[in-house]
Design a protein. Sequence first.
Length: 306
Amino acid sequence: MILVTGGAGFIGSHIVDELIKKNYDVIILDNLTTGNKDNINPKAEFVDADIRNKDLDEKINFKDLELVIHQSAQINVRTSIENPIYDADINILGTLNLLEFMRKYDINKIIYASSVGIYGEPKYLPVDETHPINPLSPYGLSKYCGEEYIKLYNRLYGLEYCILRYSNVYGERQDPRGEAGVISIFIDRMLKNQSPIIFGDGNQTRDFVYVKDVVKANLIAFNWKNEIVNIGTGKETSINELYNIIKNEIGFKGNPIYDKPREGEIYRIYLNIEKAKSLGWTSETDLREGIKRVINWMKDKKNINR
């Protein structure tokens, strides 16, 4: 039995679907704050609860669990700056609460979704796993604290782990009205014939990785023991480039609106993924192909919801 926290969310629900396809028994733990009921796989057991709940073992039979895939988090950088206590409560204390249940019931392994946000503004590019940790936001810091607690539980109690440091994940089910990434937001606005807003000069860069490639990394990580691994494409794309790719795919005729940069945002980053490659994983989906899939999904969703 595998527990997926945040299993009704954007990334977590895709992981659940793949696990179900491979005939695993899955429990989804999600409080539906940002998760969506429509994402819940009917073949999984669903528990509507918060990772911070002290009575989780009354709702989940932890004795049956072999593995925890921990995707649940507060992921909004702006929210973390505006309300760092809320961010820490979920990302640090929520993770710690989960680890305590794992210790109590002797669950041997956790796969943890960490973030490129822990690195801060890079001292060199591409950023590898040994790069200094210097987050620019409470979100980046709270995700790193989660990593450190997991490593501590490994030292104290022998808990096995795999920490996956995601770059900017995009794909189907990412909600443009919620804590979404820039790709979903841009597509949503252009499909509505509205100009996207670019914060800053648009030359800032990101490493955009497709959600189903991230799912594969989580499943391959079953075989990785006590590893910290970057999960990205190793390719750098500016926001201006991204805008033009989406504009051309949709046939949008307008221009972007430029606004002031956002506090806590890294200017330029992409990941070194050589370690992941050496362990048997690489991203397979080209950015343009991934964007086409998201556009088609959002068009279908728009037609369904009319």
